[in-house]
Write a protein that binds this ligand. Sequence first.
Ligand code: BG6
Length: 529
Amino acid sequence: MSDSKILSPTLVPPAEAAAHSSESSVVGEILGDVQTKKRRPDPTAIVIFGATGDLTGRKLAPALYNVMLDGGLAQPTVIIGVSRRSMSGQAFGDLVKKPVAEHSRQKVDPTNWDRFSGMLDYVGGEFGSDDTYIALKARLEVAKGKGTRGNRVFYLSTPPKEFPVILQKLQQHGLIERQLQRPDVPSCRVIVEKPFGRDLQTSRQLNEMIGSYLHESQIYRIDHYLGKETVQNILVLRFGNSIFEPLWNRNHIEYVEITAAEAIGIEGRGAFYEQTGVVRDIIQNHLLQVLSLVTMEVPASFAPDDIRDEKGQVLRSVRPLTLNEVANDCVRGQYRGYREEPGVARDSQVPTYAAMKLMIDSWRWQGVPFYLRAGKGLAERLTEVAIHFKSVPLVLFKEEAAGSVLQPAVLTLRIQPHEGISLRFVAKVPGENINVGNVLMTMTYADAFKRPISEAYERLLLDCMRGDATLFNRRDSVDRAWELIQPVLQIWEATPGVHFYDRGSPGPAAADDMIARGGHSWHELVKHP
Ligand code: BG6
């Protein structure tokens, strides 16, 4: 019988990892530097609508600051904040300095901050007022005079209800015009933040509305998960190695888990969350995008539309959920204490946790369950894809293995934190007898490449400035994602029934029961001390 430690199918923090004698490490040989292969963006004016909001301080400004430090921005780059509050460009800089210092992955020092704040400008005014756009136009002219050549990116980081008026006014004042983006004309692109609509109907309306002002080549629907290094690595792992693709199908894979667990709660965003809930916040976008990358067919090339075609194709093959399936295969939860948070209804039925089983009707995936789960207030922060391979057809060493847990191999793509990949498999425990144990082979980005992982928004902002839409969502896949979760939203919103779970727990027991009905289990979420 094996006395080897049964390791959980996950990555462990590096310090802990070193303690596991069964682990091997990987040294990353860097075969090419993507940064030098990628074109530096053209000089651009970036206009952020909703510039005094949370996203600018937490993500956008830190991302731009870090890209500047890494030498990724062209000279000149001008960043113009637009919000209701009136203030000077200098005051805007002072406002974002603190959150940038807090959220930047690299240190904010006075010299570099001066360089960064020198790029900042600000226009205060109502989104519906002509004065705002007259002032903005003047600032864009100044930017052009500095050398941005009329290239512009508008980032709509406002509640979606503001989008129509902003686009209408931008058009009226000649700041956007609908045209196919071509290298010989100044670029004009618009980044749209999620949530992209509230359901299929509103998403379609939003697409129609945006499409009436902009050509599809100008629309950048952002899903920051696609900018994560580890999410991009899904395609490199699958299509850059010949060993995985032959196994990547129903013949070898038993089931797949896709988890986005957060330990934090809703962090003061009660009013937003009450309108959104976990299905709209995480599953409709982030998790379905990850699912499409894990399951798509080989694209004809790495060109944006070839990849987006294949992603769209596999989402079209996901089987729509029936009423019964929503009842049996989908579980909603709410952490205890959510209803006491500011902005949350005392009898709220909004789920802060959801788990669901999806099936894909394709030649490759027929019969393989994909279990998706996402939630807040859980035991740990962990985003990962766990590919569970089938059991061996016959245990040849039955006696020796008797009593030991001979678990099938699991390949885990750890998206965050402790980014990396691990493979759990069975090995012989050294000794005279054939004792077997499960061992874990782990690669972490931190150890392998010894270079910091950049933030998703850094990559996405750069790509938009370069005109590369590969990591942005196309209209068809956004619509399809809404179509797929529509039955869940409709049924859950019409009938109460959240399962409560304690903060810091792995989620509602009903989700364990759901996956157990298929003979499977979740990778256990554990609270780390
Ligand atoms: C956002 C959600 O899209 O993603 C948040 O609105 C969530 O609720 C966040 O916390 C998680 O992002 P990340 O990059 O920390 O996994």
